[in-house]
Design a protein around this ligand. Structure first.
Ligand SMILES: *Cc1c(COP(=O)(O)O)cnc(C)c1O
Length: 390
């Protein structure tokens, strides 16, 4: 544990490496050790160091939680064993009979836990186009206690105006939570725009190496943090010390990784946009993106995710994503390696076809998580796959 105020004035590159972590006083060990233990010696009953039992608190986890809080510019961080574990905890804050408004293109797992798990506990959910603020206002009710926002969204990279949406939540005295997984705090810090809670899947960019599953919540409100801590401990979806260590290792390089992800994605987006085999590219960094201006204001850069429509059939797009060798055919995102997938048959296959097409998720749509390999190798890989498929 550190005096985090010491890092408050520092830039994110410095905080990523130092916040939450101090060399070990006894040994000088630079890195936070993996505290692989469940329990802690007490000097007398109830007299302990602050750690009693590792579900409640673990020093490796504390360093990660402090590091994540510092990255988001908040005071309080809580880590979970998955992004779904963190989303579950936000829902734990609600009561039966409460109403939630969420984007109609939220992460599939978010939609699933909302409707298939919490509706049966009598929570009510409305999914609306959160780029349409009138629609959001219309959806807000007397019993609306939470507005759930994601931006950029998956897979069409819509941009939601965090500042405007958190204002609407405030008008209705509802909590606002932003899933910041796609942008990361290196590019976008929702607390600065008035969000009450920032939610993360650490599995993606924060871990960054496709080797760990984790989640986190960050807030700037002590009372809210204590409530979150109560559910974190009561429900028990806490990460192992080893997982915390891996994510701490990942966050140190987050700003440099994001720089390269963004640089590569910008270049790939322009190349795809000019490509004759491509009908349309969805990337907020392109001037052709309808929310390019909002993204430029809200984000420091445009991220490493893009989608594009191949000018072909479902089968041709399927062949294209199966032929790449630099891009690995896989779900998930945010690692150093490039991934490719076909939403229609993979991440969004559960959506009925009519609905999927109406939402703009066409048969030829391909989503890529652009890694940090050399951009020329990525282009050559996609070109070869297009040649094979079309
Ligand atoms: C992956 C993801 C989640 C869920 O996180 P897990 O770590 O897979 O449980 C939530 N939101 C977004 C935007 C994601 O990409």
């Amino acid at each position: 544990m550190t005096d985090d105020a010491a890092h408050d004035h520092e830039r994110i590159e410095t905080r990523a490496i130092h916040a939450g972590q101090e060399p070990d006083e006894e040994t000088g060990a630079l890195m936070t050790p993996i505290f692989a233990n469940s329990t802690y010696k007490q000097d007398a009953p109830g007299e302990h160091t602050g750690y009693e039992y590792s579900r409640t608190g673990n020093p490796t986890r504390t360093d990660l939680e402090d590091n994540l809080a510092a990255l988001e510019g908040g005071q309080f961080g809580r880590a979970f064993s998955s992004g779904m574990g963190s989303i579950n905890t936000v829902l734990n804050l609600l009561e039966a009979g409460d109403h939630v408004v969420a984007g109609d293109d939220v992460y599939g797992g978010t939609h699933r836990i909302f409707t298939q798990v919490y509706e049966k506990y009598d929570l009510e959910f409305d999914f609306v186009d959160t780029t349409d603020h009138d629609a959001v206002r219309d959806a807000m009710q007397e019993n609306t206690e939470l507005l759930w926002v994601e931006t950029p969204t998956n897979p069409l990279m819509n941009i939601n105006d965090i500042d405007a949406l958190t204002d609407i939540a405030d008008e209705y005295s509802a909590l606002s939570a932003v899933d910041n997984t796609f942008a990361t705090p290196a590019l976008q810090r929702p607390l600065e725009y008035g969000a009450d809670i920032v939610s993360h899947s650490l599995t993606k960019y924060l871990g960054g190496h496709s080797d760990v599953v984790g989640g986190a919540l960050v807030t700037d409100d002590q009372e809210l943090d204590e409530e979150i801590g109560f559910y974190q401990n009561s429900v028990g979806a806490t990460p192992s010390p080893f997982d915390c260590f891996l994510v701490l290792r990942g966050t140190k390089t987050l700003p440099v990784r994001m720089d390269r992800h963004c640089e590569n994605t910008k270049e790939l987006a322009s190349w795809l946009e000019a490509h004759e085999a491509v009908d349309r590219v969805y990337y907020p960094g392109l001037e052709s993106h309808p929310d390019h201006e909002l993204a430029s204001e809200q984000m420091d850069d445009f991220g490493g995710m893009l989608s594009f429509e191949l000018d072909g059939t479902l089968e041709q797009a399927r062949t294209a994503v199966s032929e790449t060798t630099v891009f690995t055919l896989a779900e998930s995102l945010g690692g150093v390696e490039s991934l490719i997938e076909q939403p229609a048959t993979m991440t969004h296959a559960a959506i009925p076809k009519e609905e999927r097409l109406a939402a703009g998720l066409t048969d030829g749509l391909i989503r890529v998580s652009v890694g940090i390999e050399h951009i020329d190798d990525m282009k050559a890989d996609l070109q070869a796959a297009f040649d094979e498929a079309l």
